[in-house]
Design a protein. Structure first.
Length: 275
């Protein structure tokens, strides 16, 4: 059974936060609407008191971070004067004193909050803040990738008509294949690659029975080449070295019996490997 991508990404970010800061407790969650977050993941917690806690914008430390769209911290949660205290019971049950909250901001919109905490009333230093913000940026980048995948999947499922539309399909196919290796959620990654397969065969019918077998990375490189990318641009897009891209391209051309990049793309389309 596949875990939700939210849980995987948040848990990984909380572990990075604890390792980078030395804070014994980290927790967090994503917003389900513009003003409400639910604590979904805990790391280092001694109790389950914080799990499932609904945080409203403006309430408590996390709610203040949501409302202001910036990091906030308190040296002693239970006596802090600049936050409201709706969640004191859960915080006290877990025994937390010094707490920081860092928002996950995507395109100027708060999408989640990461918390780090100590069980002693101590000031949180600048290095700890920086490390917590870096962990939040990791979640931000994961959300950006997921948003783009969902947008491209929606566009890829639209009916296609005309040559110009096919060029858009081919561009979407290349972008989806480039994003696939960065998707943490296995179910979403499989869905994405399945859509890529449907796009590849939509123009000319199903692949031939004895079609050339290219590796996923060879197909990724050819999809970028088909969209007009240079080797350098393909390398940046796929997170590879330019020489590695050249190696994949040479291997694909050899398998396809092609002597130029254009011939390789044309052969891949005839084989139903690219749209």
């Amino acid at each position: 059974m596949h875990e939700p991508a939210d849980a995987v990404e948040m848990r990984a970010a909380l572990l990075r936060l604890r390792r980078a800061t030395g804070l014994p407790v980290a927790f967090g969650g994503l917003l389900h609407d513009a003003r409400r977050l639910r604590i979904a993941e805990l790391s280092g917690a001694a109790t389950g008191a914080l799990r499932g806690l609904a945080i409203c914008a403006g309430n408590g430390l996390g709610g203040k971070s949501i409302a202001l769209s910036r990091p906030c911290a308190v040296t002693d949660y239970r006596s802090a004067r600049h936050i409201s205290h709706e969640y004191d019971a859960a915080v006290a049950t877990e025994g937390l004193r010094s707490v920081l909250a860092v928002p996950v901001v995507v395109r100027r919109k708060v999408r989640g909050v990461l918390y780090g905490a100590l069980r002693e009333p101590m000031a949180i230093g600048e290095r700890t803040f920086d490390a917590a913000m870096a962990a939040a940026r990791d979640v931000e980048q994961a959300l950006v990738v997921r948003d783009e995948v969902q947008r491209l999947l929606a566009a890829a499922r639209e009916p296609v008509a005309g040559l110009g539309a096919w060029e858009e399909v081919r561009e979407a196919h290349g972008e989806l294949r480039a994003l696939a290796p960065r998707i943490v959620d296995q179910a979403l990654r499989e869905t994405l690659l399945s859509v890529c397969g449907r796009l590849a065969t939509a123009a000319g019918g199903p692949p031939r029975e004895h079609a050339v077998a290219l590796t996923p990375r060879e197909l990724d490189v050819l999809a970028c080449v088909a969209a007009g990318s240079t080797n350098a641009a393909t390398a940046e897009r796929l997170g590879l070295q330019p020489e590695t891209v050249k190696g994949y391209l040479r291997a694909a051309m050899r398998k396809l019996g092609a002597h130029t990049r254009g011939e390789a793309v044309a052969a891949s389309r005839r084989a139903g490997l690219l749209p």
